[in-house]
Design a protein around this ligand. Sequence first.
Ligand code: F6P
Length: 543
Amino acid sequence: MTIADLTRSPEWAALKRHRQSLAKTRVADLFKDDPQRFTDFSLTLDEFAFDFSKNLVTAKTMRLLHDLASAADVAGWCERMFAGERINTTEDRAAYHVALRHQGPEPMMVDGKDVMPDVRKVWEQMRGFATSVREGTWRGATGERIRTVINIGIGGSDLGPAMAVQALRPFCHPEMHFYFVSNVDGAHLQAALAHADPASTLFIVSSKTFTTQETLANANAARDWLTARLSPGAVPKHFVAVSAAVDKASTFGIAPENVFGFWDWVGGRYSMWSAIGLPIAVALGWDGFERLLAGAHAMDQHFRRAPAEQNIPLTMGLIALWNIDFLDADAYAVLPYAQDLARLPAYLQQLEMESNGKTTRRDGKRVKCATGPVLFGEPGTNGQHAFYQLIHQGTQRVFCDFILAARDRSGYPDLHRLLAANFLAQSQALMLGKSAAEAMAEMRQAKMKAGKARALSTHRSFAGNRPSNSILLGELDPYHLGKLVALYEHKTFVLGILWGINSFDQWGVELGKQLANDILGGRGVARDGSTAGLKALYDAWQG
Ligand code: F6P
């Protein structure tokens, strides 16, 4: 049975007491006491390792956390998701992204219907289209082959494909260019068009609802750009759409056979596996896209079948809960030691913050604990020279995920060794820290005068005991990226279950949209003095 408010459960209370008992425990000492700690507190799935040993956890902590997961019936909720039940209760629909990467012959049922035939039909459509664009059999209106693909979409209709195409750069078509335009600031579209030749440019307009203001405005501007340079008749050869609202996309002027559909049971931020992944399929080719799906499916199977103690998404969710609700973490940093993963933090911001940035539980009551933290991040080593100072010595408590791929594709093995050394060193430094006495001894050894060394010793000391996970992939390829993203999806889901919230709706983004429309329509500006004042300045400065 599910307990709506886990914070009132005996399992939660046991964790609170246990946390007190660890008040003086240092993770570095746990390593000294247990030479097996890395083995006991890390999990692998083929060439995918999740090391959580640098967190303040013991065997007892994990046992208590797993008790909590049982009390919340995480396993039951997982089954409900895989059974296509309407677990997105406030929108009354399934959250069935796992069907989009399902590999076996088994049916995947929603409302008594196997969705796989429809999923496979869209796969075929995507495969045909991606192949013809890549091979040049799809031609623009003047007979040119397509060299530039511009995806127009925002949120879930942008971040996944943008992140993946960048992450998998070495696997992308070498003679094609991919741009992602999301912002309604015309500078974004203008920057993409500056590189584009209309005759060889294809626009993919991606929007689940096909009502999103930014996307429609950008798509209209792009269509004007194209028709002014070619002709109105050129649109069908240069525009395709991806949407769950096929009729609306057709009204925009896109031929129905060039609209790639998906379904209401695919949430926007869980949609890169659907036709929303079309730019990825064009960039990688169909085989590459299938590898991405296969990697995600491998993680799905693991999440569904692996025993709790070996289950990576479950463990990652429990560790996050421990850091947020028992160790009072304020923020969460995702730190990929891979330049090509530069957009991963932005992608995860939507996945985690739109899913779990909530104060209302499934039962309509207010949560009694902290939920989704602020997520931020940058590739290492760049972040080290920017915000790591705060992570090491600030008053905010930040827990971190460090990510590295073991095999390098850049062709610069010496640089990769430096990258890996930094990946290892940062989590080690966060855990070990350095006492003022150690800092003082170091300075004295470097012949610094005692008075100066004493004055600097507190500045140069580190508290340590700062928690982090490390994720090591064999390689940053489509298969491992699929696993990585599915891991974060399921971990986000686990957290939602533990907090008793629905991770699949996003009512919090609606008010701003509504007020923007009011303001556009000339209403609403006078509701408050600041808005009225800013609007008056804007009008005046526009001239
Ligand atoms: O504003 C939030 C949101 O609804 C996201 O959840 C979604 O990914 C994004 O807007 C884009 O929506 P659409 O794909 O319908 O254009």
